[in-house]
Design a protein around this ligand. Structure first.
Ligand SMILES: [Zn+2]
Length: 264
């Protein structure tokens, strides 16, 4: 084995050991603390890597999907997006709001602040407050670092350290991996629908309502919207309901949060 090869191997082994020491071990006793949630999370992906993977997923999505050029839709999403971002305190990200030209009823966000709403979901929204309800919920997933947590959980549970190793060793293989893109949030584009866990949904709901109120939107429109979505859920084509399971418990929890926080 040549010296270069050996030193590369040692280097890589040390990165893995470092990763294990820095993240896998704390996992056993509790890991990165998230201030927005007040709980700790498993984090196997660095912020830097997360941004790079998200940038790649966004670029790929814009190639796969058709962007709607109708200024009415674009302005509406931009207007609501700016206001909700301002109340979320996440204005350090380079936010972008894009309407995709498809009847798909869904919306998603990547950890780098790239937000996609399909025309199909916007057409179901009578008010900006309802747009803000979904926008707040999606931005809540970003604040809560759910994508990174989900990707980390998948890496740890399904692949173990081997994927961490291949990720560090051959990053290019991972960039357009649909599984990772789905874990980050762009699942519809890549045809891999990965539902958020109930805990993630509850957390995003709560944060979303806080952002609505801080942005002076009426949080009761969130209840209206989710109830309407529940009723529409009879068909299987509802992508949003596949990735964002809705149920009476969630709506009850939103009501309780609104009442408990004195919002209504
Ligand atoms: Zn969600």
């Amino acid at each position: 084995m040549s010296d270069t090869k050996l030193s590369k191997l040692v280097q890589r082994r040390e990165i893995l050991m470092g990763l294990a020491a820095g993240t896998m071990v704390p996992f056993l006793s509790g890991c990165a603390e998230n201030d927005a949630l007040g709980r700790s999370q498993l984090m196997l992906i660095s912020d830097n890597d997360l941004m790079q993977l998200s940038d790649a997923a966004w670029e790929e999505s814009l190639k796969e999907e058709r962007v709607l050029r109708d200024p009415y839709y674009a302005r509406r999403l931009q207007r609501v997006g700016n206001r909700v971002v301002a109340s979320s305190g996440l204005d350090h990200l380079n936010w972008e709001f894009v309407v995709l030209d498809s009847p798909t009823v869904n919306a998603w966000v990547l950890p780098n602040g790239k937000v996609a709403f399909y025309k199909g979901i916007l057409d179901l929204m009578d008010t900006d407050d309802q747009v803000a309800a979904v926008m707040g919920h999606e931005i809540g997933h970003v604040a809560a670092r759910h994508s990174a947590e989900r990707a980390s959980q998948r890496m740890a549970a399904q692949y173990g350290m081997s994927i961490v190793e291949s990720y560090l060793g051959g990053r290019s293989d991972m960039q357009y991996n649909s599984d990772i893109a789905a874990a980050l949030g762009a699942g519809v584009t890549f045809g891999v629908l990965m539902p958020y866990s109930r805990q993630h949904e509850y957390e995003a709901d709560r944060l979303g309502i806080d952002y609505m109120v801080a942005g002076r939107y009426d949080p009761r429109h969130a209840i209206d919207f989710w109830m309407g979505m529940s009723q529409l859920h009879s068909g299987n084509e509802m992508a949003f309901m596949s990735t964002h399971p809705s149920n009476d418990d969630r709506i009850a929890a939103m009501r309780a949060h609104m009442t408990g926080s004195g919002y209504v």
